[in-house]
Each structure stands twice: as C-alpha cells, then as structure tokens.
Design a protein around this ligand. Sequence first.
Ligand code: UD1
Ligand code: CA
Length: 450
Amino acid sequence: MKTSLSIVILAAGAGTRMKSDTPKVLHTLCGKAMLSLILQQALELSDDIHIVLYHQAQKIEDMLRGEFGALLDSTLHLHTQDVEHFPGTGGALRGIESKHNRVLVLNGDMPLVRFSSLKALCARTESIVMSLLWLQNPDGYGRVLLDDKDCAQTQSAPKVLKIIEQKDATPQELEIQSVNAGVYVFDKEILARFIPRLSNANAQKEYYLTDVIALARDEGVAIGGVFVNESEYMGVNDKIHLSLAQEVLLGRLREQAMANGVKMDMPHTIYIESDVVFEGECVLENGVRICGKSLVRDSHIKAHSVIESSVVVNSDIGPMAHLRPNSYITDTHIGNFVELKSAKLEGVKAGHLSYLGDCEIGEGSNIGAGVITCNYDGKTKHKTIIGQNVFVGSDCQLVAPVRLESHTLIAAGSTITHNVPSGALAIARGKQHNKLGFFEKFFGKAKQSN
Ligand code: UD1
Ligand code: CA
C-alpha cells in the first residue's frame, strides 16, 4: 500500500475565514498544527507526499522543517501554487508530478482524518473515488448532486453527477444535504487530462478541483462515491470549526488515556495534548490541563492544576497548582497555589502558596507556605539549590544564587541572601520588640473600652 500511492495535500489557501495572522493549516488542535496532524496520517500511507503552499508559505515551511525536516525532498515535496494565474483547489494541482499512478488528494484543513479510513477509500478501484458526507446542516460545503436521491439516505453506493460549490448554488441546490468531504483518489492520468481543462467561470473566479467530477462524468469515467464520517472528515474553515474539531480530538485522547488506566473525574473538563504520556495508574480531577511533552506516571493531579512540558512521577499535585515547563517532580507533594518553573523536586513537600523557579530541592525537604525563590535580579535568572532534609519555614525569600546545604533549618520570615552550611539554623529577620503599654498611650483609654 505504502509504495503504490502518491498524496497531495492542499495547503495554499488564504484561510480568510480564520480571521488570523496565522496560516489556517498551522492552527492547532491539542497542541498540533492541522497540517502536522494530517501529514502524520499521510506518512502511514505513502512515500511520495506533495504539499501545495502559497499564502504564508514560509511560516508553513518552517513548521514542516522543524517537525518533518528529515523527510523533506525524499518523501516530502513542497510546491508553490501559481495562485495569481490559477487560484483555487484545481489550480493547486497544476504541475504536480506524482511518482505513483494513484493520487490521494487531501484538503489541508481536515485535521481529524485517520489513515485507517483513508485506506478504505484507497482500496476502491474506480478512476475517481470521492468522499461524501451526509449532513443535517450542509452549510459551507460543496453540495454533491447524486443521480438517485434515495441512495444518499441509505448511504448505499451513490452515483455522483457533479459538485456545486456553495457560492454557485441555487437556493434549491443549497437544500442538498450530501456534500463533498474534500478527499479524492484519482488515477494520475485523470488529473493530467482534466486539470488543464478546468475553467474559472464561477462565483469565486477560481479553478475548482471539484469540477473535475462533472467533466469526467461527461466522458464516461467511473466515479465511486463513498460516504464517510463527519467526526473524521469535517473541514475546519473558522475558529468555531476549530473548537469543534478539537473537542473530537480531545475525546479521542481522553478515551485513549482512560483505556490505558487513567481515571478522570468529569473527563469533558480535562484538556490534554497529543504528546502527553501517561504511565501506571494516574488520577486526573476535573479542570486539569496538561500540555506539551509531559509525562505523568502513578500520580494524582488535583482539580484545576496546569502542567506544561514537565515530568511528574509518583506525586500528587494541586488543587490549583501550576507546573511550568521543565519541571521534574518525583515522590513529591505539591499543594494548592504552588508554581514551579525549571524545578527539580525529589521527595519534597511544598504544600501551599509558593513560587519555586530555577531550583533543585532534595529528598525529605519541606517548603513552608509562602516560600519564594527570588530567581530573577532584573537581568539574569539564578539558581537556588536546596539539599536533603531542609526545613524552610513559612514566608521565606531565598535570594538566588543561593545554596541551602542538607540538614538545615530556615526560620520563618527569613530573607536568605547567603549560603547556609550543613547543620545550621538560619534566621534573617528583624528582631521583635514588645513596647509595653503602647496601645493605651497611642489610642487613649476610650478606645480600649470599645
Ligand atoms: C472545499 C471544496 C468543497 C468541499 C470542502 C470540504 C473546492 C472548490 N471546494 O471547499 O467542495 O465541500 O472543501 O471541506 O475544492 N487551497 C489551495 N489552493 C487554493 C485554494 C485552497 O491549496 O487556491 C487549499 C486550502 O488551503 C485548503 C483546501 O485547499 O486546505 C480547501 O480549501 P478551502 O478554501 O477551505 O475550500 P472549501 O471552501 O472548504
Ligand atoms: Ca475547507
């Protein structure tokens, strides 16, 4: 299968409906660009993949170089569409030389499609195979005219006559509920024959790939229509679609995690990204957000905690804790309102209201409420190193760079600016003076009787 199919992904469009400076295909679902998601699937099927670019091509190319750089020019080929002369999805296919005789064409804005269902389309043998959706609300899609209206309802082998783009459709045609999902398989020879014959005499003055269907039909070419599922084949044109598509992807990621043993309270409130890995037995409470390349193993993440690109092993976190990138937590308890950043904590308790940034804290250490690592001097970030069995009392500021050796005590309310040697108690706070009788002197007797 992998060697007999070429794939073209269309990603040159302006994506104006996104109302964004970011190219449409770079908008992300669960942390991954739409184009990256669809390309991952394409790579399961083909060793000859062509991506057509134009609008903001450089940004898209940068993403591709970053994520798929090793494949460029061998498996992956980038093309620039001549949008000035040949705008439209038909124009996008001009001049593309595929290696294989069968060509799968995918719109770049279909982030949910999976290679397993694409395989089913590719297994068909007609000269043209196209994907159809049957939608309650067909708004935005090209309507597909079938020669037998009943076959659409029963979803049996539909005979496709032509595709009418929404902007060109009559009010009657707009009622049609069978629509073009935007995935096609063509014989290479069909594209060579019909792409040059497309016209732009339509509402958008574009060369529509979809017009190949009617042209080929008129010349007796066999066209196979296949009904597919919206949960895989929906197109994303605007940010409403983007959020709906992300919901679908989130549903898949949550189910996959739960199937692997993660317990979720109110799963619909939990956000996880594609690169997050769960191992062992984990519990995620409601409202948890875990992003980036994070690993969570045998841990309990309590309500409304956020974890970004961090490792959490055999620990409990939150509620309402925030692990910023590059945190590494093992056998540790992190309580509410604790923020970590580039912090390595092994066997530590930090129960309440702390900022622990650019630090290492060793086994058996206790971080009291309100402890702050003062890691930034306005110019540079500095490290705080805390050894084993260090007791840091509440409301201490640790002014970095600073080192608290193992087996030390830091008195509550201290501002620590110097290293603390092993075995010491450090106290760095103003002395308390009790001025007896001061209240009455200040307010007088009347106030005292109130
Ligand atoms: C397209 C189909 C429509 C189908 C829908 C499915 C056409 C003419 N219409 O409409 O029948 O129901 O997809 O989602 O094909 N692109 C280019 N070059 C261009 C224009 C677009 O590469 O000149 C790319 C876009 O980047 C995008 C894809 O083609 O990835 C589809 O373009 P889009 O403008 O979203 O088409 P739709 O209006 O959704
Ligand atoms: Ca689209």
